[in-house]
Ligand binder design. Structure first.
Ligand code: CP
Length: 335
């Protein structure tokens, strides 16, 4: 029997299949109780610290509302207004917060080679669980909700199902790489055929590509990289087109400190995105997938750029069910 008590949740790769199954079963049970209006107060008087280095709507509220519903309390911490901005180390910050509460949840996702390292540094120094609310490598609370949502549609046996994880155009900001990386590493563990599509230069972190290949070989699934959204969508059961930043520029963010340098990097990322405005999920592309295919996106989506309103508001879209499942999976992880 899997037992996750006290364990960190930093990447889905760190968990066994049995542990992931326990989280999914717990999320399903908590969801049913939520919809029946039954209390789920299994963490009375406990405190979770939510430390954000980036913005959030879904994740923050899933964890805050979730902790309330579990009988505890979540503190929101904006890293910019803590002593982290004066250089306090992750180990010292973790020791302090860990001595005052029961878990530390962190979002630190905008710079390659920073967030995951920060979380693991803190994890090495604390006695309470660290939960990754999105880093530069993985967004494991998002992908667990995605897996739950896909299983609600297609059943628990996903062997042979195809998911298209595609880059899509966005003019708003250079989005982190962690969602596609998390998807290719997690979905390949369940025998799915994972097709990753992106324009040149939008490659993902190498170790996540290697993990996806190894997971696919072990599960009987497959993993391929193609250079067009159309190719990835062909006969897919699930399509998951979303934007992320160009790799070299996301890597170049390391060490940038002045607002001007960060602004210049953002502008350069968006200029590159502009070269690929035809990477949009529209009705024509949806027709390339299976007739019962579902459209997914972690949100927020750039409407009219990543996806047309017709698709995201259409009958194949399950994005709001997917977003609701962020609550149930966040509660399962904390519970
Ligand atoms: N999908 C997701 O993580 O949303 P937020 O950035 O709003 O938390």
């Amino acid at each position: 029997m899997a037992d996750l008590k006290g364990k960190h949740y930093i990447e889905t790769q760190d968990l066994t299949s049995e542990e992931l199954q326990l989280l999914l079963d717990t999320a399903t049970e908590l969801k049913a109780k939520f919809h029946r209006g039954e209390p789920t107060t299994c963490l009375p008087n406990q405190t979770a610290f939510l430390l954000f280095f980036d913005k959030s709507t879904r994740t923050r509220n899933a964890f805050e509302a979730g902790m309330t519903q579990l009988g505890g309390h979540a503190h929101f911490l904006d890293a910019d207004v803590t002593q982290i901005s004066h250089g306090e180390t992750p180990q010292d910050t973790g020791r302090i917060l860990g001595s005052m509460g029961h878990g530390i949840c962190i979002r630190h996702d905008l710079v390659l080679n920073e967030g995951n390292h920060y979380m693991r540094e803190m994890a090495s120094a604390v006695d309470v669980p660290i939960i990754n609310m999105q880093c530069d490598v993985d967004h494991p609370t998002q992908t667990l909700a995605d897996l739950m949502t896909i299983r609600e549609h297609f059943g628990n046996d996903l062997a042979g199902k195809k998911i298209a994880v595609s880059w899509a155009y966005a003019p708003s900001y250079a989005k982190p790489l962690s969602v596609p990386q998390g998807l290719i590493t997690l979905m390949t563990r369940f025998g799915m055929h994972v097709s990753l599509a992106h324009p040149p230069g939008y490659n993902l972190v190498d170790r996540t590509l290697q993990a996806a290949r190894q997971n696919a070989a072990a599960s009987g699934g497959s993993f391929e990289i193609v250079d067009s959204m159309d190719a990835a969508f062909e006969d897919a059961d699930v399509v998951y087109p979303k934007s992320w930043g160009v790799y070299d520029l996301m890597l170049a963010r390391q060490g940038l400190s002045s607002p001007e340098e960060i602004e210049d990097n953002q502008r350069a990322c968006l200029a590159k995105n502009n070269d690929h405005q035809d990477w949009i999920c529209d009705q024509r592309r949806m027709k390339l997938a299976k007739s019962d295919a579902v459209y997914m996106h972690c949100l927020p989506a750039d409407r009219g750029a990543e996806v047309t309103d017709e698709v995201i508001d259409g009958p194949q879209s399950i994005v709001f069910q997917e977003a609701e499942n962020r609550l149930h999976t966040a509660k399962a992880i904390m519970a």
